[in-house]
Design a binder for this molecule. Structure first.
Ligand code: ADP
Ligand code: MG
Length: 423
């Protein structure tokens, strides 16, 4: 019962894909901000790690590989997990797959509290919900490629023998290996073996695919084709988490989670304030408060005292000034990787403009409270200077707009000017 519940909950997240559709290439669609409903354990996201700690007992004493990890992944996301060797990436992914268990904390996937499952329940749950791809493909050497792909279907036992064969062939087609179906793993290259491993991971049409350095042993052109395969799967509605060392590949996903010494660094924070050190990023990440604002909701009111700085993580913010007749004029907008609310935080006084969630998209932001902000700019002089420059530019822009009278909305101040801290 609860299994069915959890599968259907996960299906809600993306169109349950027909294999044929996986072949179609189209740009990944951004799921609407409110696609994820609250799940059984109160989790809003398809994958949620809450205060996950993992301590290994070693010969020289306990070693904490994950230090209080909070992570949220929406259905339909393509997430890269990056970080130095030994930082905890594999341990993190193993928490989600249930291959390993947290010492404390919670791992929620859809309606399932993964950390509470028995070994038997875990194996069953995994077989239905996850496709797992490893760095070393781990194909069974004595089985043909088609048989390797059929193996997970044999374990799950919902497809008839005939259906299994058909399905395996379609999956082999999907990864471009149908013609080699009857060969043994030893007869094909590493890149081809990884394609087979991906086909095997998809055997039971899982909504989530986890891959731990799937291209770690492949040359760059083979890596590229494996990555394209993942992009196609995301386009068809799957949720994919891929650990990768390859920074070029990591740049192509919508979101990267950075693991540093057993802790997670917010990627938007790292991108928005590149001068912060890794240590600074870790502690500021902990203080970030994710917020979601519905389309049109006002986040900053002109004249109010400043409380937060906001990083845009998804969607768009619109900055509004009052026109000569008191009407609202949208003078700039800000997208993912940009920030707003810094002027009054830096200069004191009250808010100089109102900011709302864009009517078309709504917005997700990470709020940095005043105390954290003060400490951040006190600790990082280059970050303080960068923000100061943005304040200067934006104030100058506001002034020119006010002097010019009512501008055409947006036309005088495209995002690349007022809205862009990097310009
Ligand atoms: N079973 C284990 N017992 C003891 N220490 C472990 C175990 N697994 C991982 N570790 C340690 O945890 C840290 C993180 O490992 P891992 O998650 O494999 O890192 P990554 O995948 O980022 O290279 C490393 O220091 C590693 O030595
Ligand atoms: Mg690893």
């Amino acid at each position: 019962m609860s299994r069915l519940h959890s599968v259907s909950a996960i299906r809600r997240e993306g169109s349950a894909s027909m294999l044929g559709q996986q072949l179609k290439q189209h740009p990944p669609t951004t799921p609407p901000l409110n696609a994820a409903g609250p799940y059984r354990h109160g989790n809003e996201y398809l994958i949620e790690l809450r205060q996950v700690v993992k301590t290994f007992q070693t010969a020289v004493g306990p070693f904490t590989a994950l230090k209080n990890i909070d992570l949220k992944v929406n259905g339909g996301e393509f997430v890269a997990v990056i970080g130095k060797s030994g930082s905890g990436k594999t341990t993190l992914v193993n928490m989600i797959s249930g291959i390993d268990r947290p010492t404390s904390g919670e791992v929620l996937v859809g309606d399932t509290a993964v950390h509470t499952l028995s070994e038997n329940q875990m194996a069953k749950w995994r077989g239905h919900n996850l496709g797992i791809v490893f760095q070393f493909f781990q194909l069974l050497p004595t089985l043909s490629l088609a048989e390797n792909v059929m193996l997970p279907m044999d374990f799950r036992n919902v497809y008839s023998t005939r259906q299994r064969k058909d399905r395996a062939m379609r999956l082999l087609e999907l990864v471009g290996m149908a013609e080699q179906a009857n060969r043994l793993p030893s007869a094909i290259s590493g890149g081809q073996q990884q394609r087979i491993a991906i086909a095997r991971a998809l055997a039971n049409d899982p909504p989530i695919v986890l891959a731990d350095e799937p291209t770690g042993n492949l040359d760059s052109s083979t890596s590229e084709s494996v990555f394209q395969l993942f992009e196609g799967l995301v386009a068809s509605g799957k949720t994919i988490l891929v650990v990768t060392h390859d920074s070029d590949l990591a740049k192509r996903v919508r979101r990267a989670v950075i693991v540093s010494d057993g802790q997670v660094i917010d990627e938007y924070l790292a991108r928005t304030f590149p001068a912060l050190t890794e240590q600074q990023l870790v502690w500021i990440t902990r203080e970030l408060e994710p917020q979601r604002h519905e389309p049109g909701a006002v986040i900053i009111h002109e004249g109010a005292p400043p409380d937060n700085l906001y990083l845009v993580t998804r969607g768009r913010a619109e900055v509004m000034l009052k026109g000569p007749e008191g009407q609202d004029i949208v003078v700039a907008h800000m997208d993912s990787g940009q920030y707003f609310g810094e002027i009054a935080m830096m200069r004191g006084g009250s808010r100089t403009a109102s900011v709302r969630a864009a009517l078309a998209t709504g917005i997700e932001v990470a709020a940095i409270d005043r105390e954290t902000f003060e400490r951040m700019i006190a600790e990082s002089e280059p970050t303080r200077e960068a923000i100061e420059r943005v304040v200067d530019e934006r104030l100058a822009r506001h002034e020119s707009i006010e002097h010019a009278g009512a501008p055409h909305p947006e036309s005088r101040s495209p995002k690349s000017e007022i809205g862009n801290p990097n310009s």
